[in-house]
Ligand binder design. Structure first.
Ligand code: FEO
Ligand code: CA
Ligand code: CA
Ligand code: CA
Length: 575
């Protein structure tokens, strides 16, 4: 009999909710409540959130904006834990009254926005295993990590010329992080965070606004941070942008620890990084570069994981080899999108194996290195994670509406749809089921969209019996190995949501919608906890709709009476 995992999260599927309807919807028999919201005080002495009287000083002690990656790191006491969240970016039009643009913002508003970026670490407690979690205001564990937090580079490119600035002539001590999108939690209890859309934060006088150069300083994102932090002007500090676009490792158990940016893992628009162990105990991290026609990567550590030796494990991501994926299809005559693939090595033992590129070039301009070796241009690879139950690796390719358009790459079997507006999910089977393998087989388990659209595919399951799903972004797993997908940018006229996808057994490909987030929001985070009785989701950018302002909001989530939307981490529990 094929293994049938069943459904560890017990719920009745919900119907899609129209994008016009501002509500947060969970299945019958389930309840939800915000666990923490933008502006909630976390550090000792931080004031209560006061929407009308925001200050940068207050924000530095409060939960950041636009919670994305969310993880719960256990502490010894099962009723205590650490919540770690990425605070990816800010929606100033929803934060400040009468907002026009960054150019006309006050310096204090710019500093508030800066302070609302980065990450938040917050202690959680509950009375017992059957009680909801709450956050602990003023806990010694609580921490804000911001664009101003001192950090350290590790690995072969630490100290590289391209990383040196006037403030850091050694090129080893970058300051801050932002654009933190997805992430991963390591077996040794640290959190990895991907610096994704870092490009929009640097003003560049030579480049017109919005004109992006794929490799270096991009056009001004219009955030005007250079007015309060001169290093964000490319004219003042051309190398500053090179100090972002990395994977950051944070130890949430030590609020005094210095976050590290691991150069061995390459530089790109890092969506995130998740870790798994190879057959021989080396640590393998899977990473997507979320931009149209960018690549899928993995990092394999030099040394092996040692259970219980935290000091040793803390350094595993500093030293190892970087690979990029090449997908080869076997043709569509078999009526399946599938084939074989190779992980092509970019670095070996701290040296470049890319013709014509130094190790510093490969690690700082990783996209260029992947171009040289002919990696496969993907439809915006977002979260990538290995299923701890079946060992296969799942890649959310969120969408790519330029695929097959004039002057752009056409379709291939791994990215088979032109004008791919709804995305797809790749399933990778590593050779010998070993995460360190250099070859794999693959197939598309989902081609997303309206099930009535003939171009969709649901793992062989009856399309008449699945929930429509569009723009997969984050992936997670429950204890039986079912895949959970949160979405960003639903094109089907519905709000985004969280979906359970069966990937093994007779119901493979069955997609069931679990919850729906408010108008304008993206579903992030998901954590399936307590054997399926609790689900955490991060509701990011509620009310982010063209033309919306706080005086005319498209969403007032979490409906706390303030009338303004506030990004929040939500705890969903079975009643
Ligand atoms: Fe921040 Fe690629 O999503
Ligand atoms: Ca095929
Ligand atoms: Ca994302
Ligand atoms: Ca996204």
């Amino acid at each position: 009999d094929p293994f049938d995992p069943g459904h560890v999260v017990d719920f009745d599927v919900i119907a899609p909710v129209s994008a016009e309807v501002d509500s947060f919807d969970v299945p019958a028999g389930w309840t939800w409540a915000p666990l923490i919201s933008w502006g909630d005080p976390i550090l000792p002495g931080a004031p209560d959130f006061d929407f009308e009287n925001q200050t940068a000083e207050a924000q530095l002690g409060q939960f950041g904006y636009n919670n994305d990656y969310t993880t719960i790191v256990p502490l010894q006491d099962p009723n205590r834990a650490l919540l770690v969240c990425n605070n990816e970016y800010t929606n100033e039009e929803l934060m400040f009254r009468d907002w026009v643009d960054a150019q006309s913002a006050t310096d204090e508003q710019l500093r508030i926005s800066l302070a609302a970026h980065g990450m938040s670490v917050v202690e959680l407690r509950r009375a017992d295993a059957d009680s909801p979690w709450g956050y602990v205001r003023g806990s010694d564990f609580n921490r804000r990590i911001t664009p101003m937090t001192p950090m350290r580079f590790t690995g072969p490119a630490a100290g590289a010329k391209a990383l040196r600035t006037e403030a850091d002539p050694q090129g080893r001590t970058p300051v801050g992080t932002f654009g933190n999108c997805a992430g991963g939690t390591t077996p040794w209890g640290t959190v990895l965070s991907g610096e994704e859309n870092f490009n929009g934060y640097f003003s560049s006088p030579e480049v017109e606004g919005g004109q992006s150069d794929r490799y270096s300083v991009y056009g001004s994102g219009g955030r005007a941070w250079e007015r309060v932090e001169p290093r964000f002007s490319a004219e003042n500090e051309p190398n500053e942008a090179n100090r972002f676009g990395w994977i950051v490792e944070v130890d949430p158990s030590d609020p005094t620890s210095t976050p590290r940016k691991h150069t061995a893992m390459g530089r790109m628009k890092h969506e995130g990084a998740t870790v798994s162990l190879a057959a021989d105990g080396r640590v393998v991290s899977y990473m997507g570069d979320d931009e149209r026609f960018e690549y899928l990567y993995k990092f394999v550590s030099k040394r092996t994981y040692r259970e219980g030796d935290r000091k040793h494990n803390m350094r595993l991501l500093e030293d190892g080899d970087l690979y990029v994926a090449v997908f080869e299809g076997d043709g569509i005559e078999d009526e399946r999108y599938d084939g074989r693939g190779r992980w092509v090595q970019l670095t070996r033992g701290g040296r470049s194996v890319v013709p014509g590129m130094s190790i510093d070039q490969v690690l700082v301009n990783t996209r260029a290195a992947a171009d040289v070796v002919g990696a496969t241009k993907m439809d915006r690879p977002e979260d990538v994670e290995r299923n701890p139950v079946n060992g296969r690796v799942y890649v959310a390719c969120t969408n790519n509406t330029r695929r097959g358009t004039l002057g752009q790459p056409g379709v291939d079997e791994a990215n088979p749809r032109p004008l791919n507006k709804d995305g797809h999910v790749v399933e990778i089977v590593e050779a010998r089921d070993d995460a360190a393998a250099t070859t794999f087989s693959w197939n598309l388990v989902l081609v997303c969209g309206d099930p009535e659209d003939q171009s969709t595919y649901f793992g062989g399951f009856d399309p008449a019996q699945v929930s429509p799903i569009s723009c997969p972004d984050n992936v997670a797993f429950d204890t039986t190995g079912n895949l959970w997908i949160s979405t960003d940018g639903n094109t089907l006229g519905s709000n985004d949501g969280l979906y359970e996808v069966v990937v093994d057994g007779p119901n493979r490909g069955q997609v069931r919608q679990f919850l729906s987030v408010p108008t304008g929001a993206e579903t992030c985070g998901p954590v399936i906890a307590d054997d399926g009785r609790t689900v955490f989701v991060a509701v990011q950018h509620p009310g982010e709709v063209d033309g919306a302002t706080i005086d005319d909001p498209a969403s007032t989530f979490p409906y706390d009476g303030t009338g303004q939307p506030r990004p929040s981490v939500v705890q969903v529990r079975r009643a």
